[in-house]
Design a protein around this ligand. Sequence first.
Ligand SMILES: Nc1nc2c(ncn2[C@@H]2O[C@H](COP(=O)(O)OP(=O)(O)O)[C@@H](O)[C@H]2O)c(=O)[nH]1
Ligand SMILES: [Mg+2]
Length: 284
Amino acid sequence: MNINWYPGHMKKTKDLLQENLKLVNIVIEVIDARIPISSKNPDFDNLFRDKKRLIVLNKYDLADPNLNKAWEAYYKSKGWSVVLYNSTNNKELRKLDNAIAEASKEIVERYKKRGLLNRTIKAMIVGIPNVGKSTLINSLAKRKSAKTGNMPGVTKGKQWIRLTGNIDLLDTPGILWPKFDDDKLALNLAFTGAIRDEVIVLEEISLKFVEKMIELNKVDAILEKYDIEQGEKPLDILDNIAYKKGFLLNKTEIDYLRVANLLFNDFRNGKLGNITLEKPEELN
Ligand SMILES: Nc1nc2c(ncn2[C@@H]2O[C@H](COP(=O)(O)OP(=O)(O)O)[C@@H](O)[C@H]2O)c(=O)[nH]1
Ligand SMILES: [Mg+2]
């Protein structure tokens, strides 16, 4: 299997990110709680080594509650601040405020010791595509509609959002690319929608997805959702969904693309339940 995916504007965006990094003291790294390994490029650790880090395990509402706890503990053990977050639920904003305040505490203390009392903390959001960066920024921006405007020494047009606790957040996220180390990683990104569906062969990926669900002991979620039998081979599951739903071309041939679209829509919207595809043990 081969996922061909190379964004042409990669270098330009990376340069911009590097430039913006110089302006901030906190990096808020958004990752997808369903794929905490695959959505977190190991290069980030080098890129952000001099910055205070807050890891946002976003979309935790779609992920497995037990594994959410395990991942939270894992990243905390690395010495980073961590928060489980749902960017689509404004009721959770305070949780994010608290996490950012907690992450910036040390920096505030350092400023205080140097007599810098009203210095704002500057933060930026980074992450790979589709983890929820824009949703997160928009929810913060909507609440605090007051933008602080251009700041001296900052590239013209750059906007900052003033958060509680004297924190300024850059309103444009830093986009990073996932690392396609192996097929497993690329598949996880495809399953969750981090790679645009146009560039992957959805029919092929849906079979891999079924295999993954079998491996995770989560195949029952699919069988129950579509009220089907498992059959003998993973492919039988796709066939059985098609028969059940009447997804047939010319009344005989199975419309695998339609099956794949249904399956991924349901998985990505949490309709197959709370599923996390990766466990902390995989990193040891
Ligand atoms: N269920 C759920 N969906 C989310 C969450 N955050 C973002 N999304 C959805 O994920 C998709 C990608 O979000 P977006 O903000 O565009 O990601 P970006 O590419 O990182 O800016 C959108 O459909 C969002 O509505 C979350 O915490 N929970
Ligand atoms: Mg975005």
